[in-house]
Design a binder for this molecule. Structure first.
Ligand code: GDP
Ligand code: IMO
Ligand code: MG
Length: 449
């Protein structure tokens, strides 16, 4: 503008040299401005992940996958199936008490702390809410790397995650003699206890002096190994990138320290709130919440299980479903699907997409049952009454299941009976069952919507 005025009024205060400098600055400034504007416009519309315009977390998108029962719902298989759609797979709770089974190249892998996106070569994060046994982590990494799976380049560990020490494991084993929770004896409870007592050890606290405190050579070596891995402040990382994250839940809603069948629960929060506290991300970025459940139910360890089948039918499910713990090898207790607990789990977690697994396990059953409510004997009036909603204290106190019967589907090809079963659950819960798993392999699955 000033330049135009300058020409227009022909004010010759400067010689030609000054004119040239003035013109140069003017043109340069304007070209830069126009170019900047064009670039910004172009990249914003392309959603280029290398350009950071998401100063208010606009670029981050988080989907979550959670177990809706007592754990072992088949979360690992479903995470593996979904992984390719995401940039990052992140564990936010629990430790190596988890066992997430994946079949990859016809080989069975049980992942305990490494996120299930590792087989797709995705960036895998162990968040601050998870706890790490260095000995178990080292073994898991070596086992995978021996099979040619690149873990070290893809694994990132939060510097704020707490460490499980040999003392925690010893304490867990000792306490089990009295408490009889039926824990995995991996030191989970004692490690989380130290964390909330503010005397825990975080990954960022490990140094050579700390390592010397431990006589256990295996533990010492594993700590040194841990320090060779990528340790970072995951919180700032997850909030600074234009990425899509799949948060991988461990355990299940009924094992949640707050909302599960307390005290027969694990020591971390297994439900939706834990995603925010366990990764340091905001709830406003959460999009889909996948809730995984089996077409029946299982439980390892002690505690109430209203639909448990202790006789032949339970044994038949255990054999057909190969229901033995991926972490401890213990036989899993088996029973029919319990709808009030499923409805409760969906409510607590805000589930948007249901995933039903292990439908094929019920192939050879002529009759399949679903618990639709419970009956109780009132201790004051000695009268029987029913509830249809889940209530923790009532559930823990001799509830008897009320069942609805379904015709067995005999084969997964008989989609009609299976579909009838699926539609009944969908209508009762009011959430679509978008994925149905019909076998242990990656491709044994179909999408309904
Ligand atoms: P997670 O802890 O939730 O990941 O589940 P686990 O891996 O502990 O237990 C689930 C078991 O069921 C594993 O052995 C899986 O390989 C297997 N599995 C998962 N989905 C299916 C399915 O649809 N059908 C069958 N037959 N097995 C399945
Ligand atoms: P995934 O992720 C099934 C159970 C134990 C015990 C209780 C407390 O594979 O679904 P802990 O060792 O956590 O203190 O034990 O919780 N439990 C699980 N059951 N699947 C799991 O994980 C579990 N993790 C813990 O059996 O009853
Ligand atoms: Mg498991």
């Amino acid at each position: 503008m000033i330049f135009l005025l300058y020409i227009f009024f022909d004010i010759k205060f400067f010689d030609y040299f000054h004119d040239f400098v003035f013109l140069y600055i003017f043109v340069n400034l304007n070209i830069k401005f126009i170019l900047n504007f064009l670039l910004k416009f172009l990249y914003q519309n392309k959603g280029d992940s290398k350009i950071h315009f998401n100063k208010n977390n606009k670029g981050i998108m988080i989907d979550v996958l959670l177990g809706l029962q007592f754990g072992d719902e088949g979360k690992g298989k479903i995470i593996d199936y979904l992984s390719n759609n995401y940039d990052v797979i992140a564990r936010f709770n629990g430790g190596n008490n988890a066992g997430h089974t994946i079949f990859y190249n016809n080989k069975k892998y049980a992942l305990h702390i490494i996120p299930s996106g590792i087989f797709y070569g995705k960036m895998c994060i162990i968040g601050n809410g998870a706890i790490i046994d260095p000995v178990s982590l080292k073994k898991e990494i070596q086992l995978l790397e021996n099979d040619g799976i690149d873990v070290k380049s893809n694994l990132y560990i939060s510097k704020f995650a707490h460490i499980i020490t040999p003392y925690h494991i010893a304490e867990d084993i000792e306490k089990e003699k009295i408490l009889k929770i039926g824990t995995t004896k991996k030191g989970i409870g004692p490690c989380y206890t130290d964390k909330v007592s503010r005397k825990g050890i975080r990954v960022c606290d490990i140094n050579s002096d700390f390592i010397k405190n431990y006589a256990d050579i295996d533990f010492q070596e594993s700590l040194k190994f841990l320090l060779t891995l990528k340790i970072a402040n995951i919180i700032s990382y997850l909030n600074d990138k234009n990425i899509e994250i799949l948060a991988e839940g461990a355990q299940g809603t009924l094992l949640d320290i707050e909302f599960g069948t307390y005290p027969y629960v694990t020591s971390s929060s297994t439900t939706i709130g834990s995603v925010m506290t366990g990764l340091g991300v905001s709830n406003k970025n959460i999009n889909k919440v996948y809730g995984v459940f089996k077409a029946y139910m299982t439980r390892v360890g002690n505690g109430p299980f209203v639909t448990e089948l202790k006789g032949k039918i339970g044994d038949k499910i255990r054999q057909a479903g190969n229901e033995f713990g991926s972490t401890t090898g213990r036989p899993r207790r088996c029973g029919w699907l319990d709808l009030p607990t499923l409805r409760y789990a969906c409510m607590i977690n805000g589930v948007t997409n249901l995933v039903m697994t292990k439908s094929d396990v019920l192939n050879d059953f002529d009759e399949i049952k679903v618990c639709i409510g419970y009956s109780f004997i009132d201790s004051v009036d000695n009268e029987e009454y029913s509830i249809y909603d889940y209530d923790n204290t009532l559930y823990n106190n001799n509830a008897k299941p009320i069942y609805k019967k379904f015709k067995g589907w005999n084969t997964i090809n008989n989609k009609e009976s299976l579909e009838e079963f699926i539609q009944y659950i969908e209508n009762e819960i009011g959430i679509p069952i978008t994925l149905v798993s019909i076998g242990k392999n990656r491709d044994d699955i179909y999408e309904r919507y």
